[in-house]
Ligand binder design. Structure first.
Ligand code: NCD
Length: 327
């Protein structure tokens, strides 16, 4: 399948400008998600470095505007863009005029004025990438905005489940930990419920407020549980989330958090034999997940998530930048 064919067959998202953006998974048509899974699978050998890069986006520049720290997401977008033949430029909060008080929108509009072909944005204010998309004429990809969404992470996570299980529509997925702070959880919930999976949010009430159960996008369902041990035997996937201390505004974590919600080897033994362990990273080892579990050679797909991230970002860049090539 050629690049132009796939771009042409994907349903367009509702966007604020004539170009295509990926701002969130809330409302993204399930056919678009499935097409992105197919394209990520297509790109996987190149993402892994097993096949040579292509020149699909040669002549284009992808700008990474990362005003919050990142290891996986930023590098993954850079590698994905370069494997497709694009050049990349990077802007971070420290070392840019953001540290002099320049606003997110002013920063983005200046990057846009330099004629880049796509902008990947990570920022603390929820809705920042949407605001930028309203003001620029190139595709904008949300790489994580506050606690709102992290759409490429949600896509790569569901793609990872699909690669392991083949089908995703009947999976039972526990997402465990600091859901309140997590844009990863929100994007996963939109994607998983769209494809028909069942999501169980697990954690203490202060980190898993009841209103989160209303985040559903389709035939799938969301349930909340406050007792991890009671759900272990029922799940196909357990996704552990980092406790995001930096978003807790000084509130202390309950001292028994690890005992109640940490994925220890003893707990992993309670999972069905085929169940997989996921974590978007970065991990607080010894808190939400034990090292032995994170490195379990059979169950843990944590590094597969990272590899799949490159393939999925290649698919997303292809999708949002495709129409520019014919222009
Ligand atoms: C996450 C993020 O930044 O939202 N990490 C990631 O992108 N892989 C999760 C986190 O920070 O805990």
């Amino acid at each position: 399948m050629t690049f132009l064919t796939i771009a042409g067959t994907m349903p367009a998202m509702a966007v604020s400008t004539s170009c295509r953006h990926l701002l969130g998974l809330d409302g993204l048509p399930v056919d678009t998600m499935r097409a992105l899974f197919d394209r990520a699978e297509h790109w996987l050998p190149i993402a892994k470095g097993d096949a040579p890069p292509v020149d699909l986006l040669r002549g284009s520049i992808v700008a990474n505007v990362f005003l919050e720290d990142s290891t996986r997401t930023r590098l993954s977008f850079t590698i994905a863009a370069q494997r497709l033949g694009a050049a990349t430029v990077d802007l971070t909060g420290s070392g840019s005029s953001v540290s002099k008080g320049e606003s997110l929108l002013d920063t983005a509009m200046n990057v846009a004025a330099m004629g880049v072909n796509a902008m990947v944005v990570r920022c603390t204010p929820a809705g920042g990438p949407m605001q930028i998309a309203d003001h620029v004429t190139m595709p904008v990809i949300n790489a994580g905005d506050g606690a709102h969404e992290h759409p490429t992470q949600g896509l790569l996570d569901v793609f990872t489940m699909k690669q392991r299980f083949g089908t995703i529509d009947h999976l039972r997925v526990a997402i465990v930990g600091d859901i309140a702070s997590s844009r990863v959880a929100r994007s996963n919930m939109h994607a998983l419920t769209s494809v028909g999976a069942h999501v169980i949010l697990v954690g203490p009430p202060e980190l898993v407020p009841d209103d989160l159960a209303s985040i559903t996008d389709g035939p799938g369902t969301v349930e909340i549980a406050h007792d991890l041990d009671s759900v272990l035997s029922q799940v196909d996937v357990i996704m552990m989330l980092r406790v995001q201390f930096e978003r807790h505004e000084g509130k202390a974590l309950s001292p028994d958090y690890r005992n109640r919600f940490g994925l220890t080897a003893a707990r992993a033994d309670q999972l069905p034999e085929s169940a997989i362990v996921m974590h978007p990273g970065p991990m607080n080892r010894g808190l939400e997940i034990e090292s032995d579990v994170a490195h379990d050679p059979v169950r843990s797909v944590i590094l597969d998530q990272v590899t799949h991230g490159v393939a999925m970002r290649m698919a997303v860049l292809e999708w949002v930048m495709g129409d520019q090539r014919g222009a």
